[in-house]
Design a protein around this ligand. Sequence first.
Ligand SMILES: [Zn+2]
Length: 221
Amino acid sequence: MSEKIEKYVPCPKCAQQSSVELLCSVNTENDTDIRSAIFDETFFRWKCKKCGFQTKLLHPLLYNDVKNQFMVYYIPKVERRQISDEKLELEFSDLSYIKKRVVPDINSMKEKIVLFENNIDDMAVEITKSAVSEIVAKSTSRTVHSGYFMDMDKEKNAMTFQYFVGGDRRPYIQTIRLEVYNRSVGIVKKYFPKENKKAGFLNIDSFWAKEALRKYKNATY
Ligand SMILES: [Zn+2]
């Protein structure tokens, strides 16, 4: 099931008001083009019918992948750690087996989609990224701003991340051995077994990972 809402938006260039239909909820089974539109960033593109001005029209989007049993709720610049959606909880009476995440930006949404499609634990990935970002900061002597999962290669026993470092946010690729990720999976299983059973949509990001590592260190020393 997909949900559309109609909205009137003024063009930032010519101020002409026009009505747009915004897809605010998509199901990958019905909307088979949506995934590629999100990944090539055409999904949020908007063009003024009067003057032709093009921009991005960012709006909340619930991405529901039934087959892979996850939902990613993109809410631009959301700061809350957890979002409850009563309507959704009622609609799907037992959502506890579905992974539900809320993300503040499009890169994070893409990252979650790739991770869950490949059955990779995003909590373990965040813990790994957080630990590896310290190594990147040391080896580059620069501030690490953000990092994203790129690839997992079981044959090469490798997981690759892309970080953005320094004032110019330069991309920096770091590959690690899978043991590092597997160790994080162990930490999640042992210390945060109930995290995925929480109601609502969780924001599992670098902030969450820092908190999780702090709790883990307190528990182990
Ligand atoms: Zn215009």
